[in-house]
Design a protein around this ligand. Structure first.
Ligand code: HEC
Ligand code: HEC
Length: 366
């Protein structure tokens, strides 16, 4: 077991021990403790502990180091995100698996890629992904720019040989000017790195601010319903927030999937060992990035296997596997209703007009 996990267990233990002593609100009958609007000391304490654990999603994209978000680069990034010609078949774009109208995901348990092949994992959302400390379920890419090159060349995703991406784009004359504007002053701007930079800048703007939970964090006590507040209280007291914290309600650390009890093999199959493949350390077996719970109501199915369709069931699995806790049905309901409050205003992205090919443009391959 790695140090962060041990530290985390201590934190989770403290949270749980703390709630035994303090007789938390969740022991009381539903609705009686945290009224929607009244500023009681209990209500104020809940808001204060939430504000200490989480941060609201900002309206504006954060700056990426060494990759400024000029309007020209943003336009190019949006074009590339939607352009299926980055795939060797010309049939699959980033948006195929990260549909911005579907919470940034694809509704599949595991994604369908090149030649209808299924990849091994569920597609995580790209919305708010800029705030994750690393990308992919196992954190193998440090940031959005490092991530963006992966799918283009992945044989079961877009399947483009590396040189093909730039050859393809150079073969579409209308892209020349767009790249030249986005990367002004570069002699040969159509490079894989620039493709990755432009996509990263576009993705950094895919934010979902202003969810009920964000409005609550900014001080609007009426933004959550009484039941959502009970769910939030449980989410904190039971120990969920020890892993799912910060701006993305997750995305900030790694943890073993199955800290206390191993989930069954359909949910956590023995073959996918997660982070240990990246670090080469067997102590990291079954460690995954703690995923964001932002917009979680929109992004079924759940877990890296996409094996659970019902959010209530995902909450139960988590309580058992991560905390060794059996939640009551009303507790599961309350937490699930709280999770609904994490759905923010979805980004509205207009579909870009893409430059057409010419006779000499490389053609789709089967
Ligand atoms: C065939 C489906 C598919 C395509 C096409 C695809 N992705 Fe993904 N994407 C996935 C899957 C599956 C994962 C998770 C893989 C893993 O963790 O091992 C993922 C992970 C990601 C992540 C990490 C999110 C996180 O929270 O860890 C980002 C960002 C992302 N993709 C962006 C892109 C971009 C940009 C493109 C286009 C260049 C793209 N994807 C194309 C399926 C796809
Ligand atoms: C010890 C850390 C830890 C604790 C505590 C924890 N989680 Fe998780 N959570 C994870 C990890 C890691 C995953 C990813 C599991 C996987 O699919 O590999 C996850 C996944 C999830 C998912 C699925 C997300 C998705 O996009 O598929 C939900 C929902 C969730 N957790 C909710 C909760 C709730 C509710 C609690 C409290 C009852 C909780 N978690 C407690 C670490 C934790």
């Amino acid at each position: 077991m790695t140090r962060p996990v041990i530290a985390l267990l201590i934190v989770a233990g403290l949270v749980i021990a703390g709630c035994d002593k303090q007789k938390p609100a969740d022991d009381s009958p539903a609705g009686s403790v945290v009224p929607a609007n009244v500023a009681t000391p209990v209500a104020e304490a809940l808001m204060a502990s939430a504000q200490a654990l989480f941060k609201p999603i900002p309206a504006a994209a954060p700056a990426l180091p060494g990759n400024d978000a000029t309007p020209a680069k943003l336009d190019l990034g949006r074009m590339l995100f939607f352009d299926p010609r980055l795939s060797v078949s010309h049939a699959i774009s980033c948006a195929s698996c990260h549909n911005i109208g579907l919470g940034g995901t694809d509704t599949q348990p595991t994604s369908i890629g090149h030649q209808w092949e299924r990849g091994g994992r569920n597609a995580p959302t790209v919305l708010n992904a800029v705030f994750n400390t690393a990308q992919f379920w196992d954190g193998r890419a440090a940031d959005l720019q490092a991530q963006a090159g992966g799918p283009m060349v992945n044989p079961v995703e877009m399947a483009s040989p590396e040189a093909h991406v730039t050859e393809q784009l150079k073969g579409i004359p209308g892209y020349h000017d767009v790249f030249a504007k986005a990367f002004a002053g570069e002699a040969d701007p159509v490079t894989l790195i620039n493709v990755e930079k432009a996509i990263a800048v576009f993705e950094a703007g895919l934010l979902t601010p202003d969810s009920p939970f964000d409005r609550y964090l900014k001080g609007d006590a009426s933004a959550l319903t009484a039941v959502q507040k009970q769910g939030l209280q449980l989410f904190i007291n039971k120990g969920c927030a020890a892993c799912h914290g910060g701006i993305n309600v997750g995305g900030g650390m790694y943890a073993k999937f199955g800290v206390v009890a191993s989930p069954d093999a359909t949910i956590r199959p023995p073959g996918d060992k997660g982070r240990s493949v990246v670090t080469g350390m067997t102590g990291d077996d079954y460690i995954f990035k703690v995923p964001t719970l932002r917009n979680i109501a929109l992004t079924a199915p759940y877990f890296h296997t996409g094996s659970v369709w019902d959010l209530r069931q995902a909450v139960e699995v988590m309580a058992n596997a991560q905390l060794g806790t059996q939640l009551t049905a009303p507790e599961v309901d309350d937490i699930t209703v709280f999770l609904d409050s994490l759905t923010g205003v979805q980004p509205e992205v207009s579909v870009p007009i893409l430059p057409g090919g010419v006779t000499a443009t490389p053609r789709p391959e089967p």
